[in-house]
Design a protein around this ligand. Structure first.
Ligand SMILES: Cc1cc2nc3c(=O)[nH]c(=O)nc-3n(C[C@H](O)[C@H](O)[C@H](O)COP(=O)(O)OP(=O)(O)OC[C@H]3O[C@@H](n4cnc5c(N)ncnc54)[C@H](O)[C@@H]3O)c2cc1C
Length: 379
């Protein structure tokens, strides 16, 4: 496992750090309060190359390693968890599978646009009855002489409020669950697609989450992404990268919570001294720092595996499980240390406390990660 970074990677991360500190952090509270998709920040992130980080340079990307991508997402997430998720969806769940499985025409049409910010991508897998049980898809794609006709209803599709294109999963061969699902690359302005507002969200607000209704949406046969019946496999491969990204996003939130707690412990006085002098506070900070560092190591290991090996299934699941739960613990303990200063609407820790919770839910709940890890352990 490689921990060192080249000077170019360091320079890239320095640029991301400056962007996060100067452009993103000042906007985080307002994005949270309004719940509005931050189109302008997404464009600025695109101009810095944050939309196609792991794509080869020849495909319009930055050619960064997965470890550098994860480090960049952690930095962005420390400023705004919402922006980090927006970037992770476009990078891991749309651009990467398109690069891996797309036809020459699909790549020529979309890849550079997705990497440059000229277009934004979304990933439409979940349905009302198909969350953890993602193989239980009801959206169907029927083949006729002119192509496919897609009908169904997707829920909680991040970025989709403003996205230009989505990878949409639909059943092409009924009755065989995962083996009957195909993936389609669907422009979201296709006739018959209705963007419906999703429920108001507790955290990571401003993600542009909407439900998507497909009413007999006609697409050409060449909208198929990869082989027919290989959609579920494509989704699971994309989610491996996505879970590493969510681990990194969780770390950004967890580290921000720890930083808040440390700063407060140094300045808040009780019983005539800073509360950071009390061992009860010190031990909490020590445990959180250790917990997050362990999660960071797992995240880097998963990223390194993604770069070097054909699959990183268990590594990605372990990284996401540990990082999302460690970040949750960090936000919870930081809230305890800030006490009434944290437990008020509009405090930073209040936002982090809400933002962190989704990491244990999207791209596979903690229970789903444990199922994947258990299968690996028992194999
Ligand atoms: C903010 C946000 C953004 C999202 N973005 C996207 C997106 O861009 N694209 C997309 O496709 N989806 C997206 N989702 C949906 C997300 O992936 C699902 O919510 C998630 O997979 C869980 O599905 P569910 O909510 O239907 O819960 P369910 O699957 O109904 O699970 C309910 C509970 O049962 C548990 N459970 C289920 N099965 C088992 C089992 N076999 N063993 C043990 N426990 C089990 C779960 O862990 C959970 O605790 C998003 C969700 C959120 C909240």
């Amino acid at each position: 496992m490689e921990f060192s970074r080249s000077s170019e990677q360091d320079a890239f991360l320095d640029t991301v750090r400056t962007f996060a500190r100067e452009r993103v952090a000042p906007r985080a509270a307002e994005i949270d309060a309004s719940g509005a998709f931050p189109t302008d920040l997404t464009q600025e992130a695109s101009a810095l190359g944050l939309m196609g980080m792991t794509l080869p340079v020849a495909a319009g990307g930055q050619g960064q390693s997965y470890a550098t991508y994860a480090a960049a997402l952690e930095i962005v997430s420390g400023a705004s968890a919402t922006l980090a998720v927006i970037l992770s969806v476009n990078n891991s769940l749309v651009a990467e599978p398109l690069h891996e499985c797309g036809s020459d025409v699909q790549k020529a049409t979309w890849l550079r646009r997705l990497a440059s910010g000229a277009a934004l991508g979304a990933f439409a897998l979940s349905e009302v009855q198909a969350g953890s049980d993602a193989g239980n898809q009801q959206t169907a794609a029927r083949l006729d002489e002119q192509g496919y006709v897609i009908s169904g209803h997707k829920v909680w599709v991040a970025n989709a409020e403003v996205a230009d294109v989505a990878i949409v999963f639909a059943v092409t061969h009924p009755g065989v669950r995962g083996r009957g699902i195909s993936a389609f690359l669907v422009p979201l302005d296709s006739p018959g697609i209705v963007r419906e507002s999703a429920p108001d969200s507790l955290g990571v607000r401003g993600l542009g989450c909407v439900d998507l209704r497909f009413d007999d949406v006609r697409v050409d046969a060449d909208a198929l992404l990869g082989e027919p019946g290989h959609g579920f496999r494509l989704a699971m491969r994309a989610l491996e990268g996505g879970r590493i990204a969510i681990a990194a996003q969780s770390l950004g939130v967890g580290q921000a919570a720890l930083d808040e707690a440390v700063a407060y412990a140094l300045r808040r006085e009780a019983f005539g001294q800073p509360i950071g002098n009390f061992q009860a506070i010190q031990f909490q900070l020590a445990d959180l720092a250790t917990d997050l560092e362990a999660a960071r190591m797992l995240t880097w290991k998963a990223a390194d595996t993604r770069d070097r090996a054909p699959r990183a299934t268990a590594e990605a699941a372990m990284a996401k499980l540990q990082a999302s739960e460690a970040a949750h613990r960090a936000a919870d303990r930081a809230m305890q240390i800030l006490a009434s200063k944290g437990y008020r609407r509009g405090s930073t820790i209040e936002r982090l406390f809400r933002d962190v919770r989704a990491s244990e839910i999207y791209q596979g709940t903690s229970e789903v990660q444990r199922m994947i890890i258990a299968e690996h352990v028992l194999a």
